[in-house]
Design a protein around this ligand. Structure first.
Ligand code: URA
Length: 221
């Protein structure tokens, strides 16, 4: 928490704080466990507030924090809200979202059982990719959401989500179809549903990825 506060203050132009990587790393260690145990999604949403931390705040209508079960075993992470999501304040409610709902149902789950969120919480203008500084500013909130939910799996939808979470520039076509480690979780990258709408022949690949996920997912019997 202290780390985020210092970064926020520095981001807002306050000077005189030591925000060097080594100091921030030390701070991250202090009290890291209590924060992970205690912080809820509501706490994180409150901390996000009426966020003005980056330029995406200028054009957004709504912050799209995330939706679904706070105790989900599976978290889907997309790139950032599109037009419909910005209008409604809910993730994946436009055409790509309808396809995501079908994917979730195809793996025998319901949207309410999983958690759905994005790398950035505000719509990038004209649906451009989020820029590295916007991702860097927003990432702490996603990281804390994942820590609060403590899922077994993350499914990273598309290259922005997969490359950000895995801190790599490897293309999604080479990241998908296997599990990666994200901290102590299993992360499965796959193609973004919006990409599938443009390239329906890739649905077969996503189904391959989903079958891998189904083999490992702890379904209740
Ligand atoms: N695309 C995304 O990456 N996220 C959404 O919430 C909607 C579309």
């Amino acid at each position: 928490m202290l780390k985020h506060t210092l970064q926020d203050l520095a981001g807002k132009g306050h000077r005189g704080f030591d925000c060097s990587d080594s100091s921030l790393e030390k701070l991250a260690g202090w009290g890291a466990q209590p924060q992970q145990i205690c912080e809820t999604l509501q706490d994180i949403r409150l901390d996000l507030g009426d966020c003005q931390r980056c330029r995406l705040a200028e054009d957004r209508k709504n912050i799209v924090f995330g939706a679904g079960s706070p105790s989900a075993k599976l978290v889907f992470v997309g790139e950032g809200p599109g037009f419909e999501e910005d209008q409604q304040g809910e993730p994946f409610v436009g055409p790509a979202g309808q396809l995501l709902t079908k994917i979730i149902e195809a793996i025998h789950l319901r949207r309410e059982q999983v958690y759905i969120c994005n790398i950035v919480k505000c719509r990038p203008p004209r649906n451009r990719n989020p820029q590295p500084d916007e991702i860097k500013t927003c990432f702490q909130f996603l990281d804390r959401q994942i820590a609060a939910i403590r899922p077994d799996f993350i499914c990273a939808l598309g290259s922005v989500a997969a490359q950000t979470l895995l801190n790599t520039a490897v293309p999604i076509s080479r990241l998908r179809w296997r599990f990666h480690d994200y901290k102590d979780l299993k992360l499965l990258p796959t193609y973004h549903p919006a990409y599938l709408l443009r390239n329906p022949e890739k649905k077969r690949d996503v189904w391959q990825d989903m079958k891998m996920l189904m083999k490992e997912y702890p379904y209740e019997t």
